[in-house]
Design a protein around this ligand. Structure first.
Ligand SMILES: N[C@@H](CCC(=O)N[C@@H](CS)C(=O)NCC(=O)O)C(=O)O
Length: 249
């Protein structure tokens, strides 16, 4: 175990449900780093995170007084400061390749999975509210029902979510998964011959759709039917993500 240096402490500000936060949780676990989490209540997180970083999005990592935002920058930082169990290849060409696949995952998997899942789940508050409040502040389960309607509208408007955009996201997600599946036909990993940040990014960002067990969230046994169908539709093509979860998470 690579313990943080004396007098240093790693703190992750996050939403347990967020797959970009899962990227960082996985990176920390892969490096066997101990850390503290601050689980925030979606909707009430903004002032606290904006004060830290100037914008409202999580994950945010604090280490030794330094504030690092954005999951890929956090992985850069962790590899630089805790080089054991690297996630970025040392070879320059492989490094570049892994960063490009991670960017592809962030943009073509992460954004699309989020749009597809929230378009369905936001209409199922009884399922979503416990996922928003689990592990968070004690008052979350009292406050969430009061703010839910406004939060749901804000999320839909911020992500420009509607029937049409979620269909477009679903098509894009299908194309992205096909591209990965073709690339992985005769390979164990996306880049080179070992697990890298590219594989970690793809698997964690698919995590909600695969209901990944080690994600750290109690997924409902059954998503609403339309989302369950989407998830089942991709299951045959994403066996590699499940394998990486089983072997490296
Ligand atoms: N590019 C960012 C994306 C992070 C992101 O989209 N975070 C979402 C949760 S999945 C968030 O914090 N949304 C609330 C907000 O932006 O206020 C990363 O990789 O960290």
């Amino acid at each position: 175990m690579q313990a943080p240096e004396k007098n240093t402490m790693l703190t992750l500000y996050q939403f347990p449900i967020s797959h970009y936060c899962e990227k960082v949780r996985w990176a920390l676990a892969y490096k066997k780093l101990g850390y503290r989490t601050v689980n925030l209540l979606p909707g009430l997180h903004m002032a606290r995170i904006t004060k830290l970083t100037g914008s409202s999005s999580v994950p945010v990592l604090i280490h030794d007084g330094k504030v690092i935002k954005n999951s890929s920058d956090i992985i850069d930082y962790l590899d630089e400061h805790f080089p054991e169990s690297p996630l970025t290849p040392a070879d320059q060409a492989l490094r570049q390749e892994s960063i490009e696949w991670e960017k592809f995952a962030d943009e073509q998997i992460g954004m699309m999975v989020r749009a597809v899942c929230y378009h369905v789940l936001l209409d199922h508050p009884a399922m979503l509210m416990p996922l928003f409040t689990a592990g968070g502040p004690w008052y979350g389960r009292f406050v969430m029902p009061v703010i839910y309607s406004k939060l749901s509208n804000t999320m839909r408007s911020k992500m420009k979510l509607n029937q049409r955009t979620s269909q477009i996201a679903l098509k894009q997600l299908g194309r992205a998964i096909d591209k990965l599946d073709v690339h992985l036909q005769n390979r164990e990993f996306l880049v080179g011959d070992r697990f890298t940040r590219a594989d970690l990014a793809v698997a964690s960002l698919l995590g909600p759709l695969c209901k990944a067990e080690k994600y750290g969230v109690d997924w409902p046994q059954q998503f609403p039917e339309s989302l369950e169908k989407i998830s089942e539709g991709f299951a045959g093509k994403t066996a590699w993500a499940k394998r990486w979860y089983a072997d490296y998470r």
